[in-house]
Design a protein around this ligand. Sequence first.
Ligand SMILES: [Zn+2]
Length: 89
Amino acid sequence: MTAAVRITDKIRCPHCGGNLHRVTDSRPRLVGSIYAVARRRACAACQERTTTLEFCGADLTELVNGLLSERASRIAALRAELAELEAVQ
Ligand SMILES: [Zn+2]
């Protein structure tokens, strides 16, 4: 099944500025305590892929704190993985 190609003035490709894209994946995501919709998009002009997060009526401070918390968790997980790899060598 091929996703529909959509034109929007609200979402621009960060690589080329194009506004023609198709959504290749869409799923709910919890950011901190806020529910969002994460969409994977492919630009029709340059083929680059980006992910957008869509929120509805979210408190921006809570949103930023949730994103920072996610990033801190990922960094901690990568550090733990690196420590395991170094212990093997
Ligand atoms: Zn593009």
